[in-house]
Design a protein around this ligand. Structure first.
Ligand SMILES: [Zn+2]
Length: 433
């Protein structure tokens, strides 16, 4: 055991060297480090099958005029593209969690061929005209474990249980492995705990929150001190093992279940602790992604409007709307606008750009969206935006971590100061402020 002051996982280096000035830190505020046992692969497979079914045999057999031919060829190409991307994603996901972090670092170092590499051992990571000495990753755990899952239409019809504890063990073992094996130790990794209050009784929820967040203060030094010291026993993971909490409404989490007294009591327990201890909360907020509840419920729970009563009751809550309210048909939707109003009204409301940045055109749209905001908001919103990659999920749309970061770095539609705000200044305030 160590003395709690110098963590042996960091190679016994002095704190000065471990803790570069916060201005030298790059943040990826939204990523995932899952392995094959964590997500619901059956749901993934069902989605692929649905895409294939949409290209119906009937359509193939129907009158082959040239327009139909073009449509079919285009769809076949799209499907082939998705296949390539899914294979690339699986090639990452088949690793253990520690190897995923090493792979991300190797990718930035150019070991997979990205040229020129974004990360240089001597000078750090070059993004948008600035060099960063270290990067903070906050991998988000998803609480998939739903007690009332439907039976499957397969011979083995009982769906696998996905206890969040197993993800926690894999993730913390992965952090240990990364810190031991990495040649340059470029990442500081501070996970977010996935919480779905519906999966807990009130008593159990209190016990979980108490274990991980009693006495929590947003402190990078305290998080770093814990990092890499996982013994294998989750019971020994105390405060400052996690940097925040992730909630995912389409898994049935209702941010404000006003008509269910027991559920409302549980979310109140969650928010009052988060507000009191300044625990950052990231809430999934786009209309895509994995869902276990019905479409209407998913839409209702995910909408930023559902957070209005939460913020009325907990106005100092640190809350990040992931994906900036993107909708499949509109990257800048009514949800995005609603988030901006909440940012204006409440000091600690943020939004991250994760996933969205797979397409460089997103930043063109972002610039236009910010320019169109009313003057009073346009001064505030850019200080509330956080850079995120949604790696490894973003591999469904883009081939590498380096490519995702380079789209942001190279975008001519955001100036250097804005980029620094999104990937360094703002997330630093969200996490440690
Ligand atoms: Zn995500």
């Amino acid at each position: 055991m160590h003395d709690g002051k110098t963590n042996p996982a960091h190679g016994g280096r002095g704190k000065e060297k471990c803790l570069p000035a916060e201005a030298d830190l790059f943040f990826d505020i939204h990523c995932h480090a899952m392995n094959m046992s964590h997500p619901c692969m059956i749901a993934f497979l069902t989605r692929c099958a649905k895409a294939i079914k949409e290209l119906t045999l009937k359509e193939l057999m129907s009158s082959i005029n040239s327009l139909t031919k073009i449509k079919i060829i285009r769809e076949l190409f799209e499907m082939a593209g998705s296949y390539k991307e899914a294979k690339n994603l699986l090639s990452v996901m088949e690793n253990d969690t520690g190897s995923v972090f090493l792979l991300m670092e190797d990718c930035l170092l150019g070991k997979y061929g990205f040229d020129p590499p974004l990360l240089d051992r001597e000078n750090g990571l070059f993004i948008g005209g600035s060099a960063y000495k270290k990067a903070v990753l906050t991998p988000l755990i998803m609480d998939f474990g739903s007690p009332a899952q439907q039976k499957l239409d397969t011979y083995y019809s009982v769906p696998a249980k996905k206890p969040v504890t197993e993800q926690i063990i894999d993730l913390f073992n992965g952090i240990n492995k990364y810190l031991k094996k990495s040649e340059c130790g470029f990442f500081e990794i501070y996970p977010f705990l996935g919480v779905n209050t519906r999966n807990y009784t009130r008593k159990k929820l209190e016990a979980v929150l108490n274990q991980y967040f009693a006495g929590f203060k947003p402190s990078r030094a305290s998080l770093m001190d814990k990092s890499g010291a996982f013994s294998g026993d989750v019971k020994k993971l105390g405060a400052h093992s996690f940097a925040g909490i992730k909630v995912y409404p389409p898994l049935g989490f209702d941010p404000w279940p006003e008509n269910e007294a027991d559920e409302l009591e549980k979310v109140n327990i969650l928010y009052s602790l988060c507000e009191k201890n300044k625990i950052p909360v990231t809430a999934h907020c786009n209309d895509e992604g994995y869902a276990t509840c019905g479409a209407a419920e998913a839409e209702l729970y995910t909408s930023p409007a559902r957070w209005e009563n939460v913020l009325k009751n907990y106005p100092a809550l640190k809350l990040n709307f992931a994906h900036f309210g993107r909708k499949a048909l509109a990257p800048f939707s009514d949800w995005s606008t609603r988030i901006c109003s909440l940012m204006y009204k409440y000091e600690n409301v943020y939004a991250d750009l994760s996933f969205n940045g797979f397409d460089p055109a997103y930043y063109v749209g972002l610039k236009a969206f910010l320019e169109k905001l009313p003057h009073k908001m346009s001064k505030i919103v850019p200080d509330k935006i956080l850079f995120g990659s949604d790696f490894m999920m973003s591999l469904l749309k883009i081939e590498s971590y380096s490519k995702y970061l380079s789209h942001f770095s190279a975008s001519a539609h955001l100036d250097a100061e804005t980029k620094k705000a999104f990937c360094s200044v703002n997330p630093n305030r969200f996490l440690f402020g």
